[in-house]
Design a protein. Structure first.
Length: 374
């Protein structure tokens, strides 16, 4: 507590050396309580929610075996705090799931990595590794020249196929021109085979969705219109109109091409965290990988859940009978997502955490085991 009070009095900026988020939040919270003592109203804030969350989680996990070795010495280290905070969060999920849980002490052998947690379920030991991805830097993903090349090639292809389809491309970060030939090939394959659905590939940092559009049976009274739900990302709608014997204009073909951006970690970055020899060595028996992704810059409504769903679908395809067989599941989380509004009673802060469990069908967890957080 003395360290917390002393550090909270220091005036450091977030990007300054040694800056720690908890003393900064603690200062905001203590100021808020002092103000509440005078006004009778305690205003909600991100700092208050973070301090409260951390306090409740610490209350659950500080009694676990090896907490004093694996966690306590790292709490005051600014550089390592983000990872420690995530380990505490995952440990609290394990405790709430009623599993006997303990922290795993770091290895004393140079270069050897160990998992972070161990749970016991019946006679089985299940280990957990906790990875919090580095903060994602906000980018400018829309390259207008590349987007123009994409919809030019794609619209020509749809025209040649005589298609009436909705093609949606969801890009994780900046859309790369080198992905266009792959998108063209797979769109052609989908439509030629009469298939519909969602396609992902770990070699391309985007997701492709292809669905057939139903044409209206009534005459076309007005021109084609842009959909109201398109949001800030680019959309292109085009079609073909013919005149019937009665002189009425009928829509014979309609296509829509959408390009959506999810400004978060690229798929390649997520897959690199998920796979690799280092990860397999960390968990040398059955385990679970918890991975926290930064979605602060995802602007679409419910975009965080969409992002996790798409990443989860891709990860599912990475499980095979011969690879990643030690991972029983991957748990994707987003960390707290805040939405601040102002109401008559004052500022209101909505907090939610998105979580998605991807189970490995080739390394089955024990029957009846519920993944903490599931």
């Amino acid at each position: 507590m003395k360290w917390l009070e002393r550090r909270s009095m220091e005036s450091k900026e977030p990007d300054s050396p040694g800056w720690h988020p908890i003393p900064a939040d603690w200062k905001l919270v203590t100021d808020a309580f002092e103000k509440a003592g005078k006004t009778g109203v305690l205003e909600a804030s991100r700092a208050l929610i973070r301090i409260t969350d951390l306090g409740l989680q610490l209350q659950l996990v500080r009694v676990l075996p090896r907490y004093d070795v694996a966690i306590r010495p790292r709490l005051s280290t600014a550089k390592d705090f983000s990872k420690v905070e995530y380990e505490i969060y995952v440990a609290s999920l394990c405790v709430r799931a009623s599993y006997p849980t303990e922290f795993v002490a770091p290895s004393l052998v140079p270069g050897k990595r160990t998992p972070d947690l161990k749970m016991v379920f019946g006679e089985r030991e299940i280990f957990a590794e906790c990875v919090r991805k580095e903060p994602h830097e906000l980018g400018d993903p829309l390259n207008k020249a590349v987007w123009r090349e994409l919809w030019t090639q794609l619209s020509n292809e749809l025209g040649q196929l005589g298609a009436s389809h909705h093609v949606k491309i969801v890009s994780f970060g900046e859309f790369e021109e080198q992905w266009i030939p792959v998108i063209m090939h797979d769109t052609r394959e989908f439509i030629s085979a009469g298939k519909e659905g969602v396609w992902t590939d770990k070699g391309v940092g985007c997701v492709l969705s292809v669905h057939r559009l139903n044409l209206p049976a009534t005459p076309l009274e007005e021109g084609l219109s842009m959909p109201a739900d398109r949001g800030p990302d680019p959309t292109f709608v085009f079609g073909t109109v013919a005149t019937d014997e009665a002189g009425r204009k009928m829509l014979t073909r309609k296509n829509r091409i959408d390009l959506h951006f999810i400004d978060s970690h690229k798929l390649s970055s997520v897959l690199n965290t998920f796979g690799g020899k280092r990860r397999r060595k960390q968990i040398d028996t059955l385990g679970i990988l918890y991975m926290d992704l930064d979605v602060r810059h995802v602007h679409q409504e419910d975009g965080a859940n969409t992002y996790l769903r798409l990443v989860a679908e891709l990860l599912t395809r990475c499980f095979t009978p011969t690879t990643n067989t030690r991972l029983g599941a991957v748990v994707l989380t987003t960390g707290p997502i805040f939405q601040e509004t102002t109401e008559q009673q004052g500022p209101f802060v909505n907090r939610r955490v998105c979580l998605r469990v991807v189970r490995n069908p080739f390394a089955r967890l024990p029957p009846g085991f519920v993944v903490p957080g599931e």
